[in-house]
Design a protein around this ligand. Structure first.
Ligand code: FES
Ligand SMILES: [Fe+2]
Length: 341
């Protein structure tokens, strides 16, 4: 039997944190990897993410804090808390956490180890901001995600679906992209062939297959049976980017699952190639949103009744799932396990 060890519950690396529609100006509390964060509006449509626990005596800056010129004024004793690295040893400050805003979707990269123990400073290149988590200039646990997202954003528009709360561990949601047999049984794909999978050092885990499918109804010309390329890349235990169809031409789906006390919140984002004649029509976007919701509902019956305490007996067809679990194990667990919202 194959190795079936599973991933740490909270991991370093990228998370799909939220979308701008869910953020309030000027401060929104966020809980990522058990770490209390806050998104602070920059006033130009952007956001930056910081730890939200006041270093003085632990109040949440995200609940009642106000943004001033000197940082955030704590709601408990009124100290001005500097945002990000601060050279004045007499001032309190909170660490900035690297984040990436792609369209309306906000990603955050959490470091493993001790909270706030991050090196480097200031704005990073290529749109990622924060205080680094860099070793020799390489962002730890980026796994190529930042470059992939920036390339995607240069040619595609992102359409987030409404978030769904599901009573399942977030890693299981992402693992599904590597569970090729379930696409036939749960999602009624006629055939899955040409399977290939693997890991790259400091890169994503990937899984490739050919799906035999019916063309979607909105494409016109009557239903046809076609071979559709399926290519999934997990960039962290809880973020997977899936291409359906030829690279750069077909549809790309970003799925992020973030742990909550109840299970996880799943956010699916459809990325559609920007056409010269303008953005995708509402009908297409709605069809893709409905399709994503239906796919998650199909999975939910399995997830919500899955015995995650039993010892799985995987066979060779589960090899991509095992690769995904190995990939998850290569991330660092985060040390914070309090759930603060
Ligand atoms: S807890 Fe923030 S100023 Fe005291
Ligand atoms: Fe699924």
């Amino acid at each position: 039997m194959l190795n079936t060890d599973y991933a740490p519950a909270r991991h370093s690396g990228w998370y799909l944190a939220t979308t701008t529609a869910e953020l309030q100006a000027p401060i929104t509390p966020l809980n990522i990897a058990g770490r209390a964060l806050m998104a602070v509006a920059t006033g130009d449509g952007g956001y930056r993410l910081y730890d939200s626990v006041c270093p003085h005596r632990g109040a949440s800056l995200a609940h009642g804090g106000t943004v001033g010129r000197a940082g955030v004024i704590c709601p408990f004793h009124g100290r001005a808390i500097a945002l990000g690295s601060c050279s004045d040893p007499d001032r309190y400050s909170v660490a900035e956490v690297p984040s990436l805003l792609v369209g309306t979707v906000l990603f955050v990269c959490v470091g493993g180890g001790v909270v706030g123990a991050s090196g480097g400073s200031g704005d990073g290149a290529n749109g990622v901001r924060g205080d680094g988590f860099k070793v020799d200039g390489v962002r730890v646990d980026d796994r190529g995600f930042e470059a992939t997202m920036l390339e995607l954003a240069s040619t595609h528009d992102l359409f987030p679906c409404p978030p769904m709360t599901i009573d399942v561990a977030p890693e299981l949601v992402v693992e599904n992209a590597f569970d090729l047999d379930h696409f036939m049984k749960v999602h009624h794909i006629s055939r899955v062939t040409g399977m290939d999978w693997g890991l790259t050092e400091n890169g994503p885990a990937h899984c490739h297959a050919e799906f035999t499918v019916r063309t979607p109804q909105w494409e016109g010309g009557g239903p046809k049976i076609i071979q559709n390329r399926f290519y999934a890349r997990a960039f962290s235990p809880t973020v997977v980017v899936t291409e359906l169809g030829e690279h750069g031409v077909g549809q790309t789906v970003i799925t992020g699952a973030t742990r909550t006390p109840q299970g996880c919140v799943v956010r699916v984002v459809n990325a559609l190639r920007r056409a010269p004649e303008g953005p995708a029509s509402e009908v297409v976007v709605r069809s893709l949103t409905d399709f994503a919701a239906k796919a998650l509902h199909d999975d939910m019956l399995i997830w919500e009744h899955l015995d995650t305490t039993m010892t799985p007996q995987m066979d060779r067809r589960d090899a991509p799932v095992v690769v995904f679990r190995e990939f998850c194990d290569s991330f660092q667990p985060t040390t914070v396990d309090r759930v603060l919202v």
